[in-house]
Design a protein around this ligand. Structure first.
Ligand code: 5AD
Length: 333
């Protein structure tokens, strides 16, 4: 479906529960027609909470006095090993914009993961870099890159980020990644400060036009110590509606039921799946660093081992009729 064939205003604002249920059902049916009853798992490895940026919303922003960590190559490979045994075939290396991550370091890590786990996809989520850096990482074996655009409205972007960050550069990164042959993920927070129906419609129009392979959206959740700590969290309902609309716009997209949704509501992720999502990203990071990757308050990170978490997630999905295949879960053209 394209933007003009959907009444986005109505879908985002109606209080008619029947209309909303229809939206979710249509989205879920469309997902099933492309991917069947499959939910794809990605093993999330939070490799560093050092960050050069000072995004106003983020709990690991530069100015925040918090304990910083960075995983070693061995720790990362251990996480992959654990993940592989658990049936993961995608590893997502996510982190702040850490200056320590030179191209040499990252290319070595990516190449080593691909060498040891040739049946796996590697996704990077490490913020903005130059085109040449993206090119080298792709050559080293990286398959996918996640870089949320955060908002498609330049004025809104400037209210969420310090002036040294550029909306144009972020969009340029997305175009470069696409050009270089990555499967590209973009996305935004729902209910971020100063977001309006108009900025949300711009997000949807941008996504409908750019047609990313993945779109990650989750509610904004305030983070203590940030300029936005007093703002309220985004709405779960609105997030679910947006997931469903994204599914209608991009039937083949890989849409995660994000941790932020699970953080705000115990069955938030199941509800996202009922609304058309088809990816879950359990945390494979080492126990002792999980709490430090606190991009927002109360971020879900159970005390249990990755293995337990995954068994629990699989069981919960099975109970609502979904399989979790041992598969890279690539985008279907
Ligand atoms: N609430 C929700 N999501 C957040 N992110 C960063 N800070 C927050 C927050 N306070 C999201 C951003 C970023 C991704 C890694 O996490 O969209 O791109």
């Amino acid at each position: 479906m394209n933007m003009s064939s959907l009444d986005i205003d109505y879908l985002l604002t109606t209080s008619d529960p029947v209309a909303v249920d229809n939206l979710y059902e249509q989205a879920a049916a469309l997902r099933d027609s492309v991917y069947g009853h499959n939910i794809f798992l990605r093993g999330l490895i939070e490799i560093s909470n050092h960050c050069r940026n000072n995004c106003l919303y983020c709990g690991i922003r530069r100015e925040l006095k918090t304990q910083r960590y960075r995983l070693t190559k061995e720790q990362i490979l251990d996480c992959c090993h654990t993940g592989h045994e658990l049936g993961f075939r995608t590893f997502v290396l996510q982190g702040g914009e850490d200056a320590w991550f030179t191209d040499e370091v990252l290319c070595d890590w990516v190449a080593e993961i691909k060498r040891r786990f040739p049946d796996c996809a590697v996704t990077l989520s490490l913020g903005e870099r130059g085109r040449e850096s993206f090119r080298r990482l792709r050559e080293a074996g990286a398959d996918r890159y996640l870089l949320r655009h955060e908002t498609a409205d330049a004025t809104h972007y400037a209210r969420l980020h310090p002036s040294e960050m550029s909306f144009e550069h972020r969009m340029q990164c997305l175009r470069d990644l696409r050009d270089l042959g990555y499967q590209v993920g973009t996305g935004f927070m729902v209910g971020s400060p100063y977001q309006t129906l108009e900025t949300l419609k711009k997000d949807l129009a941008f996504i409908a036009d750019f047609r990313p392979e993945m779109v990650g959206i989750g509610p904004f959740i305030p983070a203590t110590g940030t300029p936005f700590e007093q703002h309220s969290a985004g709405s779960i309902e609105l997030t679910l509606r947006l997931i469903a609309i994204l599914r209608l716009l991009l039937p083949n997209a890989l849409l995660p039921a994000t941790t932020a949704l699970g953080t705000l509501h115990p069955t938030g992720r199941e509800r996202a799946i009922a609304a058309g999502a088809n990816v879950i990203m359990p945390n494979l990071s080492p126990q002792d660093t999980r709490a430090l990757y606190s991009i927002y308050n109360n971020k879900l990170s159970t005390g249990s081992e990755a293995a337990e978490t995954v068994a629990d997630i699989r069981a919960r999905l099975k109970a609502i009729g979904f399989e979790t295949p041992v598969d890279r879960g690539d985008f279907k053209r």
